[in-house]
Design a protein around this ligand. Structure first.
Ligand SMILES: Nc1ncnc2c1ncn2[C@@H]1O[C@H](COP(=O)(O)OP(=O)(O)OP(=O)(O)O)[C@@H](O)[C@H]1O
Ligand SMILES: [Zn+2]
Length: 732
């Protein structure tokens, strides 16, 4: 059940519903003493002794089609177990609401004449109009609705009802779709001839396609090494075998460029994105389930696409954090894809230039097959990366976000008609508003997070809850009211202004979630950059991935340290990934490319490794640290977060959770270590105080049992909510 009790229940199937109630379909059942009618998923149908237990009957069937194959059912059961969610919640997440609600369909009554009646029509005595109606329907090649039949016979509903009463016409109720969407129509592109490295990668993949129990594959290829072409040719083999492929990409990469690359090579593809209407989503789901679609391209949830004969799953940019869902069930599409691939006995391909340490470690252990593509297409060199030590820049008169070195490189690039990408992972104008007289920092009243100044509408905005107010002109502290309140810290808006003031004659475009709100704006902006109308692209991490523009000869990272000092195990890993990925956007054509990375920590191992494009160096330094501190990928982690409007209540509750966990761990003689409880880095969000606790253990099942024990034993006060996040990514 999607709500209510978590366990599975047994019900009897009434004779008339045998054959209609099947695993993977929904039913209505009576629940509890009051026999409340609730919706439930049928997960198994079996014959077994029920002894003296009195079982209730299923009330009715809800679906005429099966929503989940047996492997998918198995996978959802695994998800529920692994992510500590109820099976019903998982099923609700796996089957889109649009499908459950039959969006875009309606129920119609379809009339037909039973064979036995049709054979003796001439001998049945009937009023003339009824006779005509019966003959018309019997002659029709397919069932008709009452409306269509009345139209055709130019009569009212009366004779039809008469015939139905006499049981000469049978009726059935069916759902039909009234939606239709056009297939994507894109110009074809020819197949590329693979280079030697690509060909060898393809060979390794195909060996897994044909293996009885294929291993997942890590395709570790530097930026611009031609991974996409390898995916495409691997998919072609799968289609040739009459099977389907799923390609998962980060939400932000679901750009027309990605769509285009697959649509120009394959017929019958379905692109699943978040702007789809319910009607379209349902329609696409049915197309996929019917087997007509060869390739499904989509973000995280496309891992649940109901392909009838899945042959391969590809996860591009496997390190991307958008593959983790941050609401129940808190699954990671990479782990779910691995399970689905295991159950369906198909290969999973994880592609990236910067593998997550989880995936890399599994490849090192031989659990995953490793394919390396260490060179770019056409043997183009990776771009030279230089760091700019911003600590020394203070002594010069140069103020603002762009250092002298970066300024000169930009100038030279523009003079040579190259294009530039500038990355700054903070939107807005000023990221801090502080009073220099009394020190007061202007924060969100609900989140205790510094408000960011946005100049377009003169507002200050909380980037967590979207609280807005107008920017203060004086210090808001009543006893202070100092007029020189200071706006500092640089966001993309301020950077855009600075670029305009320095390079005013060159067209620039800014891409962040403020400027990219309207559907289609992403496409439009990238198109203007692609056709070189725009010379400078400024943006947040949304511009760091996947873009393939040969004329980009300079990439500038304005502040490499934005993510470096977060209290997060993956701070270094994220920084390494971001710099490597954005650096990879240049030097993709014959013109070469260079990268300037501005930082206050040029010696930080993650930044140093990124400037050398040296993943191995990064992993070699990071892994021992993770091992010593019992962190992922060596140990399992669960993050517990509690929140509520009363800070003492939340704090006390977390203390109790922590004690229960410690007691349990001791009782079981197992080892679960705890970090915290402590206030979460975001201490207050939308009016709620937040505390968190990080659990580590080598024993996943023990940790799972510990969390279940807390759910059972620790009383949760009113207004406190708590969750357990398995394999957490977000540590804020
Ligand atoms: N065999 C080939 N012959 C010629 N060009 C190719 C070949 N394979 C790929 N390319 C081209 O090389 C460029 C880089 O390839 P692609 O974008 O697939 O790399 P990638 O590894 O996915 O890069 P990133 O990780 O940076 O997104 C593309 O423009 C692509 O069309
Ligand atoms: Zn807020």
């Amino acid at each position: 059940m999607s709500t209510g009790p978590e366990q599975t229940f047994d019900y009897l199937v009434p004779d008339e519903l045998v054959g209609e109630i099947l695993p993977g379909r929904r039913v209505y059942v009576p629940l509890g003493r009051s026999n409340r009618r609730v919706m439930a998923y049928c997960v198994a149908v079996e014959r077994k002794e029920h002894g003296r237990r009195k079982l209730k009957f299923v009330l009715s069937a809800l679906d005429q089609q099966t929503l989940l194959s047996s492997q998918m059912l198995k996978m959802t059961q695994w998800m529920a177990e692994y992510y500590l969610a109820s099976w019903g919640q998982v099923l609700d997440a796996v089957i889109p609401a649009a499908v459950r609600g039959n969006a875009g369909t309606r129920e119609v009554t379809l009339l037909s004449v039973p064979q036995e009646v049709a054979m003796r029509i001439a001998n049945i005595k009937l009023p003339e109009k009824q006779h005509q109606v019966l003959a018309t329907l019997a002659a029709s090649s397919k069932p008709m609705t009452p409306g269509d039949l009345a139209d055709k016979c130019r009569c009212t509903q009366a004779p039809i009802s008469g015939l139905r009463k006499k049981k000469l016409i049978t009726s059935e109720v069916r759902r039909v779709s009234h939606a239709h969407f056009d297939d994507i129509d894109i110009e074809r592109e020819p197949v590329k001839t693979l280079n030697e490295i690509q060909a060898s990668a393809l060979k390794t993949i195909l060996a897994q396609v044909n293996a009885p129990q294929p291993k997942p594959i890590l395709l570790h290829g530097v930026t611009g090494s031609g991974k996409t072409e390898v995916y495409i040719q691997a998919i072609q083999h799968v289609i040739d075998q009459g099977k389907q492929a799923i390609v998962l990409v980060p939400e932000i990469s679901l750009t027309p460029q990605t769509k285009q690359r697959f649509a120009s090579r394959f017929d019958r593809i379905a692109v699943l994105h978040s702007h789809m209407s319910d009607v379209e989503r349902h329609w696409q789901w049915k197309r996929i389930a019917s087997g007509i679609v060869n390739v499904v391209v989509g973000a995280r949830s496309a891992v649940f696409a109901p392909t009838p004969q899945l042959g391969m799953i590809i996860l591009d940019e496997e390190h991307d954090s958008s593959f983790k869902q941050d609401s129940v069930p808190r699954y990671h599409a990479r782990e779910v894809a691995a399970k689905r691939a295991e159950y369906e006995r198909i290969p999973l391909i994880l592609g990236t230039a910067t593998p997550s340490l989880e995936t890399f470690y599994r490849a090192q252990q031989g659990e995953y097959e490793l394919i390396s593509m260490p060179h770019r297409i056409g043997n183009r060199p990776l771009p030279a990366v230089r760091t700019v030590d911003m600590r020394y820049d203070k002594t010069t008169s140069f103020r603002g976000a762009i250092s002298r070195q970066l300024y000169h490189s930009m100038k030279r690039t523009l003079e040579q008609d190259g294009q530039i990408i500038l990355l700054l992972n903070r939107r807005g104008h000023s990221t801090h508003i502080q009073c220099p007289a009394c020190g007061h920092l202007v924060e969100c009243p609900h989140c205790e997070i510094p408000l960011t100044h946005h100049i377009t509408d003169g507002s200050t905005v909380c980037h967590y809850c979207d609280y807005r107010s107008s920017a203060p002109r004086v210090c808001p502290v009543p006893t202070c009211r100092y007029t020189g309140i200071r706006f500092s810290g640089i966001g993309t808006q301020k950077l855009e202004q600075e670029v305009k003031s320095k390079f005013g004659s060159y067209p620039i475009i800014r891409m962040d979630s403020d400027t990219m709100k309207k559907p289609g704006s992403h496409e439009a902006a990238l198109e203007r950059f692609r056709n070189r109308e725009v010379k400078i692209l400024v943006g947040t991490q949304m511009i760091a991935k996947g873009l393939d523009f040969p004329n980009v000869t300079l990439v500038g990272v304005i502040n490499a340290d934005t993510a470096l000092h977060f209290p997060d195990v993956r701070a270094g890993e994220r920084t390494f990934q971001l710099i490597t990925q954005v650096a990879g956007r240049t030097g993709r054509g014959d013109l070469g490319g260079e990268v300037l990375v501005q930082t206050l920590s040029p010696d930080h191992p993650a930044i140093e490794a990124a400037t050398r494009h040296d993943y191995a160096l990064f992993a070699e330094r990071e892994l021992p640290f993770r091992r010593d501190f019992q962190m992922t990928p060596f140990a399992h982690m669960v993050r517990i977060i509690a929140r509520g409007p009363s800070q003492p209540a939340v704090e006390l509750f977390m203390q109790q959770i922590s004690e229960e966990l410690a007691r349990f761990s001791q009782e079981q003689g197992g080892e679960i270590s705890q970090q915290g409880p402590a206030p979460a880095p975001i201490e207050k969000l939308r009016g709620n105080y937040r505390y968190h606790l990080l659990l580590h253990s080598f024993d996943r099942l023990l940790m799972r049992a510990a969390v279940l024990r807390c759910r059972e034993k620790v009383a949760v006060p009113d207004e406190v909510l708590w969750i357990a996040d398995v394999d957490p990514i977000d540590m804020m």
